[in-house]
Each structure stands twice: as structure tokens, then as C-alpha cells.
Design a protein around this ligand. Structure first.
Ligand code: SF4
Length: 502
């Protein structure tokens, strides 16, 4: 248990996020008492020009025991400053600068206390590539971006270089579409065969909705009609079916849904049409044929791991053989852009398991690969039923991440998008790799917050961007399917409010 005690909460969230990155899974309390491992104390002076930051713990400071020469010069300088004084001179109203000052100081204090450094340094946000992309768009050279990220966030060389490489690739890919005037459409299908242990998405076992999907469609089609009417004359760039697992639907339902979609929207400008087939246990030849018939350009078949025992632990009722079988089936039917999702840090997996998964994936040869680090979200069973699963060992290391990157490059896949999540095992990142020409534009658009995303369905989020003001506005649909159906008019009104501001 660790603590945070502040006399002003303006930067509490930033402090808490960095603390969580250093001490994953540890409970954080807002009081100082002797049973704490340590406590972050922050005192803002009355005139708001000084912020005193210290770590209070048993045993006193061991700063000087740090192997300073092994640290990067920027971190060394912050350590020295911390030795001299606990007090930071701040311009408290400059939120960006103050936040970074506090986080840099806290970083060295926590580094000293825990003996850890973080690959992303003080960065706790989910879109680090956006920083590189923005700087490059402003005219900075890659060297300047490198210097900036090092100075400001203490990010490791490897992660900065990865950010810059991805940002440059993304810029090139996005230059092929007019996302400022176009939009993307997301259709949410909130059903899955069963619920995975780590799932925090909007997902209901399809069994419970068998024979009632028409009710969902009734509401969904109403929302799609509204969006199509509202966006008449605008360019539809990409379409993405996610969820849940869209292929949980029957072939007939899939056919009805995509027929409706194509009759409602102008598809002549669509550059990419993705369907998350996702769970291999939801895929059949008939369903793939429906997708093919309707011109779906990209599908996902997600193993998450190629270790049978793990699949059982995480509640996915399919086998490794199912993954291979469905992949070959999709290839036979002519799908030439197949993505596979993997998760690193799954319960009871070690480096050899990751290697074995990568070997098997390499043999299949997908066109793109998304490697996630396990994130234990609040709503996931892995979290809500902590007691039941407490003996499961979760390991995620840089070595594992590096191994997946090595395999990806070996398979001719280049990193093209990256994002981070809160509560990730090992505090790493998710990286999407793709063969040249097979990157998913939708993934880039959503991660870099470029272009509008109009989303229909339970649990989906519509995002409207204001590029000149570097901001976006969003509106969410309710997650519960019954609620979504009964309150569909309200969902449409919410959208109308957002869209009519333009
Ligand atoms: S397949 Fe995805 S959406 Fe469905 S239960 Fe598993 S994690 Fe959740």
C-alpha cells in the first residue's frame, strides 16, 4: 500500500498515474500512516509559486547509492536537483509545464525508492506517438523530437525511436486520405461466444440473444439511417465492425447487416472495410463467404496466444488448431489482409511460451499483427474476481516485447501504430505491425485522433475532431444492449447535439 497526501489536488491524477506505473497493482490511499510502503507528499505554497515534493518512508533516502553513471544525463541532472532541494519553483497556472516538472521530480524519487526505471519515462498517456506526430507536423526534425521527448519525459531511446518511426509512417499513410473532410464509420456488435477473463469491452454471450438479434438490428439500423442522412455528401473513408465479435452473428444476420449498410451509405469512396472476426470459435466458412461477397477488405482472426492451456485459463473456448484452420479457410476464400491479435503477459506464460506463439504465427504469415500487453481493467473478471485468480502468475518483460518485435520484423511487418493503456502489465505498450500496404487506416485515425469517427451500436463512442483547435468532442452510447434498444431515440438525440455544433 502506498499513499498520496497533497494540500492541492490540481495534479493529483498525474501523480497517481505515475505512482501506479511504478507500483502496479498496489493500493493507493490518500492518507499517511505507518503501514504504508511509502507516501508521496506534496505541498503547494500559499502564493502558488513553490511545490515541495517528497517521498516519506521508513529508512531515509538512499539517493546517493544510485549508480549515477548508469543513468542518462537528463535523469542525473534531476537527481542532483532533488538532492539539493525538495522544492520546485513553479508557474502553477501553466498546467503543461508544471505537470511535467512534478512528474520528472517524482520519477527520480520513485526510481530511487523502487530501484526501477520505466521505458516510457514519465509518460502515462495512451497516445505517445501523437507527441512525435505533432512535433514533426510543426516542422521539427526527428533529432529535435528525440531531444524533446528525452528532456521532457525521460523516455528510453528505444521507445522514442519507435515513436518517431511510427509517427513518420503514419503521416505517410494518412496523406493518402482526406480525413479532414471525410469520416469513418464504426459499427459495434456487442456479442461474443463467451466472455474472456480479461475482457472489459461491451460484450454479451450471443447465446442469450439468440433469436433476438432482430431487436438489436432494429435500433442499430435506425441509428445508421440517422448517421447516413447527417453525413450525406461527406466522404466515407473507412468502415470498421468491432465489438464484441461481429462474427458471433449468424451468416444470415451478417448478410442482413452488411446489405443494410451498403444500401444506406455510399461505399464508392471507402478505402478499407474491416470486420473483427476475432474469436476463431465464431468463424465459419459460410460467414467468411458472406464477408467476401460484400467486399470486406480486412479481417482479424485473433488467437491472443497459441498455448492451449492459456486459452482455457482465459475462457476462450477454441483451440490452437481452430485458429490455424480458420486462418487457412480465410486464405482459401481469398482474404489477403488478415490481422492477428496477440496478448503478452497472459496468466502463467513465460518467454518460451511467447516464442512458441510467435513461431506458430510466423508459420501462418498474417498480413498484420497487433501485440498487446495485458491490461487488467477494472471491469474485467481478472480484476473483479481477484481472489479466485490471485494465484495466477502474470509476467510481462521487455524481453518478451522485444521478442515479438523481432519476429514481426522477421515476418516483414513494420510497426505502424502504437497506444498504451492504463493498468498494463509491465507498463509497456500495444503495437500494430503490418506488411507494406496492409496497415489499418482506421486504427491510425482513431489512435492519432484524426478525422471523425461516427459510431453506431451499444457501447460505442462517436468522436468529432476540431483539427484547427487540436481537440475533439465525444458522445457515448449506453453499453447495456436492452437499454440501447429502448433508448435509441435518446442515443440519436445525443449525436444530433454533438453533430449540430459543427
Ligand atoms: S473476444 Fe474480445 S470482446 Fe469478446 S469477450 Fe473476448 S475480449 Fe471481450
Amino acid at each position: 500500500m502506498v499513499g498520496i497526501v497533497l494540500n492541492d489536488n490540481a495534479y493529483e491524477q498525474d501523480i497517481r498515474e505515475l505512482l501506479m506505473a511504478f507500483c502496479p497493482g498496489e493500493e493507493i490511499v490518500h492518507e499517511a500512516h505507518p503501514s504504508l510502503r511509502f507516501c508521496v507528499e506534496g505541498i503547494l505554497s500559499e502564493d502558488r509559486t513553490e511545490f515541495e515534493l517528497c517521498l516519506v518512508f521508513e529508512g531515509g533516502s538512499s539517493f546517493r547509492a544510485l549508480a549515477m553513471e548508469a543513468l542518462e544525463p537528463e535523469i542525473q541532472a534531476e537527481c542532483r536537483a532533488a538532492w539539493e532541494s525538495n522544492v520546485l519553483k513553479v508557474n502553477y497556472e501553466d498546467r503543461f509545464e508544471t505537470k511535467n516538472q512534478i512528474k520528472r521530480r517524482l520519477y527520480v524519487l520513485l526510481m530511487e525508492q523502487t530501484g526501477k526505471t520505466l521505458p516510457w519515462g514519465t509518460l502515462t498517456g495512451i497516445r505517445p506517438t501523437k507527441i512525435a506526430m505533432t512535433k514533426l507536423a510543426e516542422g521539427d526534425t526527428p533529432e529535435q523530437v528525440f531531444h524533446y521527448m528525452k528532456q521532457t519525459y525521460f523516455t528510453s531511446n528505444e521507445k522514442i525511436n519507435l515513436c518517431i518511426e511510427i509517427a513518420q509512417r503514419e503521416e505517410k499513410l494518412l496523406s493518402a486520405i482526406d480525413y479532414r473532410n471525410g469520416y469513418s464509420l464504426y459499427i459495434g456488435i456487442p456479442f461474443c461466444p463467451t466472455t474472456c477473463l480479461y475482457c472489459s469491452f461491451t460484450s454479451y454471450p450471443i447465446g442469450r440473444w439468440q433469436g433476438r438479434t432482430g431487436e438489436y438490428f432494429h435500433a442499430l439500423f435506425k441509428e445508421m439511417d440517422y448517421v447516413a442522412e447527417k453525413k450525406k455528401g461527406c466522404t466515407l473513408d473507412t468502415v470498421y465492425f468491432g465489438g464484441g465479435t461481429p462474427t458471433s452473428l449468424s451468416p444470415e444476420d451478417l448478410d442482413t447487416l452488411i446489405t443494410k449498410l451498403k444500401n444506406t451509405f455510399d461505399f464508392s469512396t471507402v478505402q478499407e472495410f474491416t470486420v473483427e472476426a476475432g474469436r476463431p470459435d465464431s468463424i465459419t466458412r459460410e460467414k467468411l463467404e458472406v464477408l467476401k461477397k460484400h467486399g470486406v477488405t480486412r479481417i482479424s482472426i485473433n488467437p491472443q496466444t497459441m498455448k492451449q492451456e492459456t486459452l482455457k485459463i482465459i475462457g476462450r473456448r477454441h483451440t490452437v488448431e481452430d485458429v490455424k484452420d480458420r486462418f487457412h479457410m480465410a486464405r482459401e476464400l481469398g482474404f489477403d489482409n488478415i490481422n492477428m491479435d496477440l496478448i503478452i503477459g497472459l496468466p502463467e506464460e513465460d518467454l518460451d511460451d511467447v516464442r512458441s506463439t510467435m513461431e506458430q504465427v510466423k508459420e501462418l504469415g498474417p498480413d498484420s499483427l497487433t501485440v498487446h500487453s495485458l491490461a487488467i481493467k477494472r471491469a474485467a473478471r481478472l480484476n473483479t474476481m481477484k481472489e479466485v485468480y490471485k494465484d495466477l502468475k502474470i509476467t510481462n518483460t521487455q524481453e518478451m516485447i522485444d521478442l515479438t518485435a523481432e519476429y514481426a520484423r522477421d515476418m516483414g511487418l513494420e510497426p505502424y501504430y502504437l497506444y498504451r493503456q492504463k493498468n498494463m502489465a509491465g507498463n509497456f505498450e500495444n503495437v500494430g505491425y503490418a506488411k507494406p500496404g496492409k496497415a489499418c487506416l482506421y486504427n491510425i485515425l482513431i489512435m492519432e485522433e484524426k478525422g471523425d469517427i461516427l459510431a453506431c451500436g451499444a457501447g460505442t463512442t462517436t468522436k468529432i475532431t476540431y483539427p484547427d483547435e487540436n481537440r475533439l468532442e465525444r458522445v457515448e452510447n449506453v453499453k447495456d444492449v436492452e437499454q440501447y434498444i429502448s433508448r435509441i431515440n435518446e442515443m440519436i438525440e445525443r449525436k444530433e447535439k454533438l453533430l449540430s455544433k459543427r
